[in-house]
Design a protein around this ligand. Structure first.
Ligand SMILES: NC(=O)c1ccc[n+]([C@@H]2O[C@H](COP(=O)([O-])OP(=O)(O)OC[C@H]3O[C@@H](n4cnc5c(N)ncnc54)[C@H](OP(=O)(O)O)[C@@H]3O)[C@@H](O)[C@H]2O)c1
Length: 319
C-alpha cells in the first residue's frame, strides 16, 4: 500500500509518501480501507520528536473508513461496515489495522469524512466540557484558538451546555468563524486577560488552553477563584515549570494537563463520547468545519499550513 512514513524526526519534509507493507491482522483487529485521516497537532509533535516514538512509523492518530477484513476473534463488525477511531497510530495510509475494542460504528446520517474529522478533537472537546470541568449553564468559559479544530468544537459544545464563551483568535477571518460557532465575545491575544476581567468581573470558571507557552500566564490571570485551568496542548510551545504557589496566589486554582487516552480508556466512556458527537452531528446541533482536504501525498503541506496558523477547523488527508 501507499503510506506516509517518518524514518527520521524533523520538519514537514520528513513525511515521505512511499510504498509500505500492508499491516498485519491479529485476531482482535480489524483491517480498514481508510476513507479519510484527520490531521492533528499531536501528529506534528510526534513528527518533530517532541513526543518520541520508535522509528520508522506511519503517523496519524484518527481516521474513518470501511472494514476490509476482521480478525478471527472479532464478532460485532463485518466487512463493509463504516468505522472510525482515534488514538490508534497509522492512519496516514491507504489501510490500517485497529483493535476492534477501539472502533466505533459510524451511524447512517454521518459520513466517513465527518466521522474522521470529529473523532479525536470532538471526543477531546467532549471530555474537557463534560468531565475535566463540567460546564454548567451561565458559566464563563475561555477558549483559546477558538477558530481551530479544537476551538470550533469546544465553542459549540460549551454553548450547547449553556455557557457564555469568550474566544481568542489571531485574525478577523478567524473571529468570524468563532462567532459563527457561537462565541459570545472574541478577543485578540494581546491583553486578553485584562479584557476577560472587564467582561466577567471576577474571571472565568474555566480556561481551555491548547496554545500553551504563549497564553499560559494570561490564562491563569483570567480565572476566578477556584477556577479550572485545563492546559490541554502546546501549539505555541511547552509551558515552563509552574510553582504551585501561583495557584494559591491567583485564588486556589485547579491546574490539570489532561489527555484523551485517559478519558476513553474505558469502552463505555469511549462509546458515550462518540455517540453524543454522532447524535449532535446527525441532528444538526454540531457543525464540523472541514476547511482543507489534502491528497494523502501532500501530508507535508497540511503540516506546514497547520503549524503556520493558516488553517481553521479540521484538516483531512484523503488516500
Ligand atoms: N490533550 C488532548 O487530549 C488533546 C487532544 C486534541 C488536541 N489537543 C491540543 O489542542 C491544540 C489544538 O489542536 P488542533 O489540532 O485543534 O489545532 P488548531 O487549533 O486547529 O491549530 C492550532 C491553532 O493554535 C493557535 N496558535 C497560537 N499560537 C500558535 C503557534 N505559535 N503556532 C501554531 N499555532 C498557534 C492558532 O490559532 P490562532 O491563529 O487563532 O491563534 C492555530 O490555528 C493543540 O495544542 C493540540 O495538541 C490536545
Amino acid at each position: 500500500m501507499l503510506a506516509i512514513v517518518v524514518s527520521a524526526t524533523g520538519g514537514p519534509e520528513v513525511l515521505t509518501y512511499t510504498d509500505h507493507p500492508d499491516p498485519e491482522l491479529n485476531p482482535g483487529d480489524v483491517l480498514v480501507d481508510i476513507a479519510a485521516a484527520g490531521v492533528n497537532f499531536i501528529d506534528v509533535y510526534q513528527r518533530m520528536g517532541r513526543y518520541p516514538l520508535s522509528l520508522p512509523f506511519v503517523p496519524g492518530n484518527e481516521g474513518a473508513g470501511t472494514v476490509a477484513a476482521v480478525g478471527e476473534d472479532v464478532r460485532d463488525l463485518s466487512v463493509g461496515d463504516t468505522v472510525a477511531w482515534a488514538g490508534v497510530m497509522g492512519s496516514y495510509a491507504e489501510r490500517t489495522v485497529v483493535p476492534a475494542s477501539r472502533l466505533l460504528s459510524v451511524p447512517d446520517g454521518v459520513t466517513a469524512d465527518l466521522a474522521a474529522a470529529v473523532m479525536l478533537q470532538g471526543m477531546t472537546a467532549h471530555y474537557l466540557t463534560h468531565s475535566t470541568y463540567e460546564v454548567k449553564p451561565g458559566d464563563d468559559v475561555l477558549v483559546h484558538a477558538a477558530a481551530g479544530g479544537m476551538g470550533l468544537l469546544l465553542t459549540q459544545i460549551a454553548k450547547l451546555r449553556g455557557a457564555r464563551v469568550i474566544g481568542t483568535v489571531s485574525t478577523e477571518e478567524k473571529e468570524k468563524l468563532a462567532r459563527q460557532a457561537g462565541a459570545d465575545e472574541v478577543l485578540r491575544y494581546a491583553g486578553f486577560s485584562e479584557a476577560v476581567r472587564e467582561l466577567t468581573g471576577s474571571g472565568v470558571h474555566v480556561v481551555y488552553d491548547g496554545v500553551g507557552a504563549a497564553t499560559f500566564d494570561g490564562s491563569i490571570a483570567s480565572l476566578r477563584p477556584r477556577g479550572m485551568m485545563a492546559l490541554y496542548g502546546q501549539a505555541s510551545g511547552p509551558v515552563a515549570p509552574v510553582d504551585p504557589q501561583t495557584l494559591h496566589q491567583h485564588g486556589s486554582l485547579f491546574l490539570t494537563r489532561p489527555t484523551l487516552a485517559h478519558y476513553v480508556a474505558d469502552r463505555d466512556e469511549l462509546v458515550w463520547r462518540a455517540s453524543d458527537l454522532f447524535n449532535w452531528i446527525a441532528s444538526g446541533q454540531l457543525k464540523v468545519h472541514i476547511s482543507h482536504r489534502y491528497p494523502l501525498a501532500e501530508a507535508a503541506r497540511a503540516h506546514e499550513d497547520l503549524e503556520a496558523r493558516r488553517t481553521t477547523g479540521k484538516l483531512l488527508l484523503i488516500p
